[in-house]
Design a protein around this ligand. Structure first.
Ligand code: NAD
Length: 259
């Protein structure tokens, strides 16, 4: 197991990031949480980690701001001594055709979904390299491998994350530092619930019908992927068995990109 190892998981107050943080904690890792939320939500997230018998921290850095990212990484190093595992998970979505896409939303999606992973990675790498061990896992998306209409910034950012992952993997290929991406299909988190609600409203159908329609379009299994399942894959990528898994973009998507 991963006792006395320390993980930094961005965007871990909700959804996939929290699920991953809980799976890592269940294996014995101390976890630094990050993300937005009400004080109650943040407290509940912390409690769900500490109840697993590991140390937990929280830092509210806004990942669109490089100076706050630097403070997040340095604070994690101060709290735990070092960062062994970095999971770049924080992300946002914005849906619009290109010609009416708000340029400020484009910049925000690129900053949070792509550039933040560059900043955290450049800041943790020197210490991982000097210890000759580290794991960097980037939560990309099926949209890191294939596109959908109206998600230009998100698809560009996620394809960018997959490319960045390969470069970091290659630059560290002769070391104990690996870098890989995970590409989820639909997961029923607040990010996707917003798209389900919008669809139900627009098409005049129930929430349940909107969920079924959403899955039918893209995900052959017709089942949502869960944060827990994604956490299990991240646990594997952090294990010694995954030493030679480098630069992959591993889809867990109910068959989405097999089509
Ligand atoms: P979510 O909205 O439930 O969680 C996003 C997390 O990121 C939250 O903790 C939020 O507070 C945090 N966050 C957002 N903006 C931030 C910022 N500026 N600074 C710091 N933290 C910020 O979404 P989710 O569905 O769990 O998504 C997590 C990741 O998984 C994202 O990168 C997303 O693109 C990716 N993903 C999600 C799905 C899906 O179907 N839900 C599919 C593929 C990929």
């Amino acid at each position: 197991d991963f006792k006395s190892m320390n993980a930094l998981v961005t965007g871990s107050t909700s959804g996939i990031g929290l699920g991953i943080a809980q799976r890592l904690a269940a294996k014995g890792m101390n976890v630094m949480l990050n993300g937005f939320g009400t004080p109650e939500q943040i407290e509940a997230a912390k409690e769900s980690i500490s109840s697993l018998g590991v140390r937990v921290g929280y830092h509210g850095a806004d990942l669109s701001k490089p100076a706050e990212i630097e403070d997040l990484v340095r604070s994690t190093e101060e709290l735990f001594g070092r960062v062994d595992v970095l999971v770049n998970n924080a992300g946002i979505q914005h849906v619009s055709p290109v010609e009416s896409f708000d340029p400020a939303r484009w910049d925000a999606v690129i900053a949070i979904n792509l550039s933040a992973a560059f900043h955290t990675t450049r800041l943790v790498l020197p210490n991982m390299q000097s210890r000759n061990w580290g794991r960097i896992v980037n939560i990309a998306s099926a949209h890191g491998l294939v596109a959908s209409a109206n998600k230009s910034a998100y698809v560009a950012a996620k394809h960018g994350v997959v490319g960045f992952t390969k470069v970091v993997a290659l630059e560290n290929a002769k070391t104990g530092v690996t870098c890989n991406a995970v590409c989820p299909g639909w997961v029923l988190t607040p990010l996707v619930q917003a798209q389900v609600d919008a669809r139900a409203h627009k098409e005049g159908i129930t929430i349940e019908e909107a969920k079924i329609n959403l899955l039918s379009e893209k995900q052959p299994s017709q089942e949502f992927v869960t944060p827990e399942q994604l956490g299990g894959l991240v646990v594997f990528l952090c294990s010694e068995d995954a030493n030679e898994v480098r630069g992959v973009a591993w889809n867990m998507d109910g068959g989405w990109v097999a089509q």
